[in-house]
Design a protein around this ligand. Structure first.
Ligand code: SF4
Length: 62
């Protein structure tokens, strides 16, 4: 499982605070998801980050 941040991101930082192992902020002020598969240890936090995004910018990716 991987995640992808789409162009709806408003840069609120919630996902980065919730799951810093997977999400980081770019210089453009938007979040970016790790290109690597989410490890089992990070799966729960990553799911919380996705469900908490206020603009539904976090999608699952292959
Ligand atoms: S929670 Fe959503 S809007 Fe906020 S930084 Fe992450 S992807 Fe962007």
């Amino acid at each position: 499982m991987k995640y992808h941040v789409n162009g709806n991101c408003i840069g609120c930082g919630m996902c980065v605070a919730t799951c810093p192992a997977i999400f980081r902020m770019t210089e453009r002020g938007q979040a970016q998801a790790s290109a690597a598969d989410v490890s089992p240890e990070d799966a729960s936090a990553a799911k919380w980050a996705r469900s908490g995004c206020p603009v539904n910018a976090i999608e699952t990716a292959k």
